[in-house]
Design a protein around this ligand. Structure first.
Ligand code: RUQ
Ligand code: CUA
Ligand code: CA
Length: 648
């Protein structure tokens, strides 16, 4: 029997224990090699057939035949693993999704801002503790998931994401793929752009408020847009506390950090300080704001700040005239904001202008050092790309890939050639335009936002799919297209329908994340530590005891779950009691998840191996209520149930 204190992988016992030990500590994983699973190209396909037996391919393909050579590049044979993880945004489903790339198969969804009945997100006490205190909105609008970095490389600790709908930012633990902290951002409305500090590490999580509001937004200034403003926020990614905010002119759309740790940038489409469409598009140029991080930190340290809604959140003034910021004129209603992996530039997509604006960090340095006065001089290129340039991805070989929303294309262009052209040289910087289907928003390349950008895959996240799939009713799926960018020409490889509306994704080599991801919970995991501490106060060992503790009108019910039985097959409470049910899955074989669903009480929760989960509800209906297991765990899974008896 394991105990809830010192459980480690080494004392895992019981059926499948050897498997758990091996998988959980990841020793096998280190031996896992991508090369073994090479399925791309002739040699790769032959390797798969050789390793898994020709029967897999129905005898049609034999090593070295032409048919094997024609295997689609997104094909990952049954039992084989993808070479990349895709971390997808779920948009208004408010979750993140894990994909495999190149297969574009969806593996799991990780609830973030929304309630989710599968795992009991928003239902269990453990998940409720993740949210800010107070009333909880039903869902959210998650646009931008980004992984923590160390020295501009993914470090596999956390994924951070914004909620545009409810002005929140979440942190997701990568090891268990579970959201562990959600905060609300004060002095802001509609957190949109979100990126992480790359160097030296994350560090800060930067996020933008898109919609300008009065400060304070308490009803005293409703229809006086002169009094509205937006803030740029830096969150400490380790503590999820807000480090500081910068008040800006205009609004803020997307953001990115540089590769030195000194600057962050954000696009603004509302330099007009407008409140309606006609006003938003009046100016030919808006701007990209550059934030000088060391200067902002110093201003905060020196006490040159004020506070608005939250007395613990320092706000510095970064409006025009401040030496903390720089406003680089950028045509027109710019949107995407993407730093190049060579650390030299940040590129803003022009959206209503056919151009992208290339800003040099070196010039930004010179501006802040007082070497020139006109922020426009930090622009080193403004290539004409096509209609509706939004976001830009990189291949690490000097090329940029910008989505053209209106043209429904991805344009590949060379950054240094665009700079030469800007300097008057007659060079063509456009390398290729590839049609995509249709209306792309973001795109993302493999490792493209890190210093290891490897120019292998590009995903174009297209908002429209029109005729690409079977009709499914008026709401069409998005179409996320996989493009091979490894050669001189981009090649479309696959269409992937996705439920509305992913905004962005990350492509991360599997070998980076596999060693970080647990297969079984650790009994000491902080996610349910508070619940375990409550059990201890009740004198209960949750991995072995099945007990009902009555504490006035509060009842705490502790039970184990081990296929195919719950430790209690019945418990009794009185109508009007507040009941807390704590279930601990004492199975320790990976994949052996149980669920605990209470009929007619709106309760379900997932309890994965070695996890403790709990739920609290009012027993407000007298009678017999069955609880049952909701994950098919055993041949007798249906029989894994019991009764709550509620006395009138
Ligand atoms: S934004 S389609 Cu919400 Cu990332 Cu550009
Ligand atoms: Cu336990 Cu199904
Ligand atoms: Ca504008």
């Amino acid at each position: 029997m394991t105990d809830d204190k010192g459980h480690s992988k080494d004392d895992v016992t019981g059926p499948g224990a050897e498997d758990v030990k091996r998988q959980a500590v990841g020793t096998e994983d280190e031996k896992w090699t991508v090369s073994r699973r090479k399925f791309l190209g002739l040699a790769g396909a032959a390797g798969v057939v050789g390793a898994s037996g020709g029967a897999l391919l129905g005898g049609l393909a034999t090593p070295g035949t032409a048919r094997a050579a024609k295997m689609p590049e997104d094909y990952v044979a049954p039992g084989q693993l993808d070479e990349y993880y895709g971390i997808w945004s779920g948009g208004h489903s408010a979750e993140i999704r894990l994909f495999g790339v190149p297969s574009m198969r969806e593996f799991v969804r990780v609830p973030v801002f929304q309630d989710d009945f599968t795992i009991g997100w928003g239902i269990t006490n453990e998940s409720k503790r993740v949210f800010p205190k107070g009333p909880r909105p039903v869902g959210g609008d998650l646009h931008h998931p980004h992984m923590s970095m160390t020295n501009a490389q993914y470090d596999g600790r956390y994924i951070f994401a914004n909620d545009k709908a409810n002005t929140r930012v979440a942190r997701i633990r990568v090891d268990v793929m579970r959201t562990d902290k959600i905060i609300h951002i004060p002095n802001a409305q509609d957190i949109h752009g979100l990126r992480v500090q790359r160097v030296p590490r994350t560090g800060y999580v930067f996020c933008n408020s898109e919609c300008r509001v009065p400060h304070p937004n308490d009803g005293r200034d409703l229809n006086n847009p002169k009094k509205y403003s937006a803030v740029f926020t830096a969150i400490d990614g380790d503590t999820m506390k807000i480090a500081w905010q910068v008040l800006v002119d205009g609004n803020l759309d997307n953001t990115d950090a540089d590769y030195s740790g000194k600057y962050a940038a954000a696009t603004c489409y509302n330099s007009e300080d407008g409140v309606n469409l006609a006003q938003f598009i009046r100016n030919e140029r808006d701007w990209t704001v550059i934030f000088n991080i060391p200067r902002i930190e110093k201003a905060v340290k020196d006490g040159h700040y004020f506070t608005i809604e939250d007395p613990n959140v320092p706000v510095v003034d970064g409006r025009h005239g401040s030496d903390l910021t720089m406003y680089v004129p950028t045509p027109k209603n710019p949107h995407g904001c993407n730093a190049t992996p060579d650390g030299k530039y940040v590129i803003a997509g022009g959206k209503l202008s056919p151009t992208a604006t290339v800003i040099s960090w070196e010039k930004v340095d010179q501006y802040f050092a007082g070497k020139f006065k006109n922020p426009m001089d930090a622009v080193v290129a403004q290539p004409e790309l096509g209609l509706g340039p939004l976001h830009t991805a990189y291949d690490g070989r000097g090329n940029a890939y910008t989505t053209l929303f209106i043209d429904s294309q991805v344009v590949k262009w060379n950054i240094e050639d665009a700079i030469r052209h800007y300097n008057g040289k007659k060079v063509d910087y456009i390398r290729q335009k590839l049609d995509v289907a249709y209306q792309p928003g973001h795109n993302h390349s493999s490792l493209g936002e890190t210093r290891d950008a490897n120019g292998k895959w590009l995903v174009s996240l297209n908002k429209f799919s029109k005729d690409r799939f079977l009709p499914v009713g008026p709401l069409h799926p998005d179409n996320d297209q996989l493009i091979d960018i490894s050669g001189p020409k981009m090649r479309l490889v696959a269409d992937a329908p996705v439920y509305s509306e992913p905004h962005d994704c990350l492509l991360i080599p599997a070998k980076i994340l596999i060693p970080k991801i647990k297969r079984v919970w650790d009994r000491n995991d902080p996610f349910f530590a508070e619940t375990v501490a409550m059990a201890r106060r009740d004198g209960v060992n949750p991995v072995s005891d099945n007990k009902v503790i009555r504490d006035g009108r509060k009842v705490r019910v502790y039970m184990t779950a081990q296929a195919p039985v719950f430790g209690l097959d019945q418990f009794e409470v009185n109508k009007g009691d507040e009941v807390t049910v704590v279930v601990t899955n004492i199975n320790n074989i990976q994949d052996l998840t149980h669920g605990w669903c209470l009929s007619d009480y709106g309760v379900n929760m997932e309890i994965s191996p070695q996890e403790t989960a709990s739920v609290t509800f009012m027993a407000d209906k007298a009678g017999v209520y069955w609880y049952y297991c909701t994950f098919f765990c055993h041949a007798l899974h249906l029989e894994m149930r019991g009764r709550m008896l509620v006395k009138a």
